[in-house]
Design a protein around this ligand. Structure first.
Ligand code: 4AD
Ligand code: MG
Length: 431
């Protein structure tokens, strides 16, 4: 008999198949009983009827526990009222292993902290399954986007000798006789990559010693960072919006079941088609003030400001040309106003906040040296980075998209901790 998975059942209507997985739940309805079965690709309702199932299998009803590992065989039937649109007329149930202790995550409500402490088991639940599958599709879309657009993958290192995004969120580690830092961003290495290959990207974990306990911050998160030679700020924004438009389109095409499990409002995602609205920092500040905010010019937007701005639009917005004082040392200044940095942030709709940060990079050696000094950073670890301005310097730009914030927005989940398999926050290192 053929072994198949739940997500393939539409190809096997009317046929006898075998499925390998686990008990999700059981339900009695008098003369017959139902088994809700999961196999990692979905949920399936099995109907166990005396006479159709072997006697031994029929009698298992009261012996099965949540998460027993079992192998089912039976006939696939179309059943529009059933989860997934198919059900299995069960003929035989083989118990691979009984669970003797009660599974900690029952079908009742549990508190967030309890669930996080049981993350290794919580991942089996329907909602977490849907989120992880969407995360996978987002990653796939990101890779396809860059691979199909002439980018070369250049992995940035994780151990680094210097800060990229300020010194306050660095994780320091012992590195033989000296200190190393876990990378906050692979950007600087991508700048070397872009000068060597034209267009590159890296995609991996990045680290920030964030002391904030917000629903948007992790200490370990994944970031994809493209970098492009001979690309200015405007062109950079076009790359950013096209990437995000493509990701959303791919998720809509591949994750219909998952989005429906999460009860995501699809209309909101369907609206995410480039081009996205663009505005300067100054314009954004005016918009805030017009809407009753007492925002102080020159500071960074907080979560409530981002929410207020995003609620005015049904697409992500691009905010560019920021006060240089609040942006990183490597940002190029606006030639029309040297107080402004050519940075850009993309703010997701529906109050999900910043998902992209990037901009055009300073390409002049002397200016860059002064900026590093002005930011009180040591020059020594940046010597290699400065070489990029000595040899073949060109205008260049790039950005970083935070994977978990993007997944949180697309899934419509409030908290970022559900969007990564094993989240790391200030208070959590296990599981
Ligand atoms: O805006 P950020 O700090 O930009 C950079 O790191 C640039 N060097 C990237 C580049 O130009 N190559 O971070 C980029 C994105 C943010 O917009 C956000 O989505 C995500 O990374 N991010 C976080 N996600 C989760 N938890 C955190 N603590 C995050 N910090 C940043
Ligand atoms: Mg940022």
């Amino acid at each position: 008999m053929k072994t198949v998975t739940i997500n393939q059942l539409s190809e096997y209507e009317g046929q006898d198949v075998e499925l390998k997985g686990w008990v999700y739940n059981t339900r009695n309805v008098g003369k017959l009983w139902f088994i809700i079965f999961r196999d990692g690709t979905g949920l399936l309702q099995g109907v166990v009827v005396k006479g159709e199932a072997t006697d031994e299998s029929f009698l298992l009803e009261n012996d099965l526990n949540q998460e027993d590992s079992i192998i089912l065989n039976g006939t696939v039937r179309k059943e529009p009222r059933s989860i997934g649109g198919y059900e299995l007329g069960v003929k035989e149930i083989e118990v691979v292993k009984h669970v003797t202790d009660e599974f900690p995550i029952s079908h009742k409500e549990h508190g967030a902290d309890f669930l996080m402490s049981n993350r290794h088991l919580w991942l089996r639940s329907k909602r977490q399954n849907a989120i992880m599958r969407i995360r996978h599709q987002v990653v796939r879309a990101i890779r396809n986007f860059f691979d199909n657009n002439g980018f070369t993958l250049i992995d940035s290192p994780i151990f680094t000798g210097n800060a990229v995004e300020g010194t306050t969120t660095l994780f320091e580690v012992d590195y033989f006789e000296r200190s190393a830092y876990l990378t906050q961003s692979g950007q600087l290495y991508q700048e070397a990559g872009a000068t060597a290959f034209g267009k590159t990207y890296c995609f991996g974990p990045t680290f920030r010693a964030e002391k904030s306990k917000t629903r948007r911050h992790l200490t370990e998160f994944w970031m994809v960072e493209p970098e492009m030679a001979y690309v200015n700020l405007d062109e950079n924004m076009t790359w950013a919006e096209n990437l995000v438009g493509y990701i959303v389109k791919q998720v809509l095409a591949n994750c219909e079941v998952e989005l429906s499990t999460l009860e995501r409002d699809i209309d909101k995602l369907n609206a995410v088609v480039p081009p996205f609205p663009r505005m300067t920092y100054d314009e954004a500040v005016n918009l805030l003030k017009d809407n009753g905010s007492d925002f102080k010019y020159g500071s960074d937007f907080g979560a409530p400001d981002e929410t207020l701005l995003s609620e005015k639009f049904d697409k992500p917005i691009l905010i560019h040309r920021w006060p240089a004082e609040i942006k990183a040392f490597y940002m190029k200044r606006d030639e029309h106003d040297s107080d402004l940095a050519l940075g850009v942030d993309m703010i997701a709709p529906e109050g999900y906040g910043e998902i992209i940060g990037g901009g055009q990079r300073e390409d002049d050696l002397d200016i860059l040296v002064n900026r590093i000094r002005h930011h009180d950073l040591p020059l020594e670890p940046f010597q290699w980075y400065l070489d990029l301005r000595k040899y073949g310097s060109v205008p260049h730009s790039g950005f970083g998209l935070g994977l978990e914030r993007t997944v949180a927005w697309i899934c419509g989940t409030k908290h970022i901790r559900e969007t990564i398999p094993f989240p790391r926050t200030m208070s959590r290192l296990e599981p």
